[in-house]
Ligand binder design. Structure first.
Ligand SMILES: [Zn+2]
Ligand SMILES: [Zn+2]
Length: 419
């Protein structure tokens, strides 16, 4: 038997590979999720060190041992990344590609990077809650953190959007699975990343389950990362969320624009609901013990992006008869698209849950990608981003593609379609 240092080198990616830039991994989308696969530049094949088995038998420090071959590092990372189920629309989002445009967003990015560093070094078990109004890039930061944790630090992360997390739990109960069976996958994963916590209207039952999940993670010192469009707020002593507030407040994603457009906002005693209003005191105070708060402030990134894109696509027209350029993405927008928001969320969540692995693998991938894009558009509308076309038309398209994919939800009537 050879000593470890006498074994041949393991297979590695080609440094000047144009496809993977020498990283050995290629980003792709797997249905609704982002994934990575191994680049075919990894050579020689099979790995000369382990012969492709992934294991080596060698003398290490004078003792005969079985070890894992270094050629397994990339496949292990790919598995962890794919396990995280990051959203496909953020497949390429990294901490590096997050563009901080001002002091506030730079501070948020720094805090996220610092946290990854501290967590990987074993210096903290406390997670993060990134909060701020819609369009500040919170999800991008959260995905960037998850990406780095999986690909650089071998951490097991599971990413889930809050409304999908609740529907996943409820479906488990409806199937008749026991409480612990339903909770286990979300309870046991080392790091649970919850996007848009507090979104939608949670029922008391859903909140009780959420409370249980968070408490169990708390008791076993498991980490939570989260984003929220709601400001943290102050615990009020109320046990259940104060949903009565919802009727006489602006929805948070419209809040900035709504407040600016309506000077009487504060005079009329309206206030913007906070996270504690949405998830209730119990869940909220537990959460505060588990996460550090990071405000992601600054201008609306997506609006700015649209603005830049629009400017690039249509150079300014100076002819006198031309109407002035549309201020669509430059002005605070009215809350008009929020009508029917709950139905839109329900539609999106239902369709997403019907995209089972067997459907994903048996249908035309082009349709799957098309639906995924349309659902991304829907999500923007839910978040108060003004759609580029009428909502009814968007919903019609969604249902049409869903119908071609054979998803049962396509045959149901959805309120927002007003058909
Ligand atoms: Zn390559
Ligand atoms: Zn090997």
């Amino acid at each position: 038997m050879k000593r470890l240092e006498e074994l041949p080198e393991h297979a590695t990616p080609s440094r000047d590979c144009p496809k993977c830039k020498g990283h050995g991994l290629l980003t792709q989308t797997l249905g609704f999720h982002a994934g990575v696969s191994l680049c075919d530049c990894i050579h020689p094949s099979p790995c000369p060190r382990c012969g492709g088995s992934g294991h080596i038998l060698a003398i290490m420090e004078g003792v005969e041992r079985v070890g894992r071959c270094k050629c397994q590092i990339l496949p292990d990372r790919a598995r962890l990344f794919n396990f995280a189920k990051l959203p496909a629309r953020y497949a390429d989002a990294t901490l590096e590609s997050y563009e901080a445009r001002d002091e506030a967003t730079r501070a948020a990015k720094d805090a996220a990077e610092q946290w990854v560093h501290d967590y990987a070094a074993g210096n903290t078990r406390r997670g993060l809650l990134l909060h701020g109004e819609v369009g500040r890039g919170k999800t991008h930061l959260l995905v960037g953190v998850a990406r780095r944790l999986t690909l650089e630090h071998n951490k097991r992360v599971r990413f889930v959007e809050f409304t999908l997390l609740l529907s996943e739990l409820m479906e488990g109960f409806e199937r008749g699975d026991g409480r612990q069976t339903v909770l286990a996958p979300l309870r046991d994963v080392e790091i649970l990343a919850i996007d848009e916590i507090g979104k939608g209207r949670c029922t008391e039952f859903e909140l009780a389950v959420l409370d249980e999940l968070i408490t169990q993670r708390y008791n076993t010192a498991k980490v939570i990362l989260a984003t929220s469009n709601y400001a943290p707020g102050n615990a009020t002593g109320e046990k259940t969320p104060n949903l009565a507030l919802h009727g006489r407040t602006y929805a948070p994603s419209a809040s900035g624009a709504a407040r600016n457009a309506d000077p009487s906002f504060y005079d009329r005693g309206l206030r913007v609901p906070t996270l504690v209003d949405r998830v209730g005191d119990r869940v909220y105070s537990r959460l505060l013990e588990m996460v550090g708060l990071v405000a992601v402030e600054g201008g609306d990134r997506r609006q700015l992006l649209h603005q830049q894109q629009n400017q690039q696509q249509s150079p300014p027209q100076t002819a006198p008869h031309e109407p002035p350029p549309s201020p669509a993405y430059a002005e605070p927008r009215p809350a008009e698209p929020r009508r029917g928001e709950a139905q839109l969320t329900a539609l999106r969540v239902t369709l997403t849950s019907q995209m089972t692995p067997s459907i994903l693998s048996s249908r035309d991938p082009k349709l799957v990608v098309q639906l995924e894009r349309l659902l991304g558009e829907l999500q923007d509308v839910e978040e108060g981003i003004r759609p580029e076309r009428p909502i009814d038309e968007l919903v019609r398209d969604v249902l049409h593609v869903a119908g071609r994919l054979g998803l049962p939800a396509a045959n149901r009537k959805w309120g927002a379609t007003k058909s």
